[in-house]
Design a protein around this ligand. Structure first.
Ligand code: X2X
Length: 332
């Protein structure tokens, strides 16, 4: 009797395991990014994925892989294109290695304030870029996520004026726009994926980098940099990208759910990043950085003098450039 019961219990085990598997998600997808898990982008993405799972009664589960767990931006972009990765957030001017028009959001000193950023990116500029993304075989959701206005940091000579950038070994993302921008400043830019930035600074492969305060804080770059120069030299945002084939494999109701939740999460993330960037300079000071105010007009003048605006007007073409100028006014 005892033995029969034991046997019955043992044979029930695999059945139980099968039942569990049948209850697993019907669609098991992945979302990845290059930012630390503590950055608002990942916190809001994680929240969105939890809401999607709940609202789909567990049919769609989207795993979140922050912090370059799936590789560098370059790796993740190719996984996204092949369908090995379903969702990925990527900065416009890096996406530009595949979709040249996506550089438009990164033009130096283009946006006077966030009102102009969102007017352009939720309006004609964003619509134009998303159209180009589609032509290159990817899907970008409507709302771009905020990375923020970028600031320069140095582990060597502090940056006060554009002259301090002459020959400065500056890490920039893998992107033609960023290289061009820092050449125009007279610096010596090197393209390095974000996955390698902390160690490149630590080992002095480069002397500085530039990123919004929320990244300097969450990626602990203050540990390997000494000074922070508030230059606001460009705004940057993350397109929430999907592999169109994998996205189309979802029933329409789940497609709508994902798009709605990701767009809503983008708006929450924008508010988080704006709030953080307003307070983090003083936090970074307490973490040992010297904080330097700069004259952005002097930096902008050096871009103008180097012909940066003329070059990019030509490279991006009339549709993108006039969409941008219709919001921010004439750029030169
Ligand atoms: O690589 C960077 O510096 C980062 C994290 O800001 C971007 O993704 C553009």
């Amino acid at each position: 009797m005892q033995r029969r019961r034991l046997l019955a219990a043992a044979s029930a085990l695999p059945l139980f395991a099968i039942a569990r598997r049948a209850g697993a998600a019907e669609f098991s997808y992945k979302y990845a990014s290059n930012l630390p898990a503590s950055h608002p982008l990942n916190i809001r993405a994680q929240e969105a994925m939890a809401r999607i799972k709940a609202a789909s009664d567990g049919r769609l589960e989207i795993g979140v892989f922050p912090n370059n767990q799936l590789g560098s931006d370059t790796d993740m972009l190719s996984q996204l294109r092949s369908g090995g990765l379903e969702f990925f957030t990527l900065s416009g001017p890096i996406l530009a290695t595949l979709v040249p028009a996506a550089s438009i959001s990164g033009i130096g000193f283009a946006f006077k304030d966030y009102a102009q950023v969102w007017a352009a990116m939720d309006g004609a500029v964003g619509a134009y870029v998303r159209g180009e993304v589609a032509r290159r075989g990817l899907l970008a959701f409507e709302r771009i996520w905020d990375n923020g206005y970028r600031q320069m940091t140095s582990g060597a000579k502090p940056i006060h004026t554009p002259e301090d950038l002459r020959g400065f070994k500056m890490r920039v993302p893998v992107s033609p726009l960023w290289i061009s921008l820092f050449r125009a400043f007279g610096a010596a830019p090197t393209s390095i994926n974000f996955s390698e930035v902390y160690s490149a600074l630590q080992t002095h492969i480069v002397d500085g980098q530039e990123n919004p305060l929320a990244i300097i804080e969450t990626a602990r770059l203050y540990e390997v940099q000494r000074s922070l120069s508030l230059t606001n030299h460009m705004w940057d945002g993350y397109w929430f990208l999907a592999n169109p084939r994998r996205f189309a494999a979802l029933p329409k109701s789940l497609q709508d759910l994902v798009a709605t939740e990701c767009n809503a999460a983008a708006l929450r993330e924008r508010a988080d990043v704006a709030a953080l960037n307003a307070t983090l300079a003083s936090t970074l000071k307490t973490q040992g950085m010297s904080v330097i105010e700069t004259d952005p007009l002097a930096f902008r003048a050096s871009l103008r003098a180097a012909g940066f605006y003329g070059e990019w007007r030509k490279r991006l073409g009339a549709p993108a450039w006039s969409a941008l100028e219709s919001v921010v006014g004439p750029l030169a």
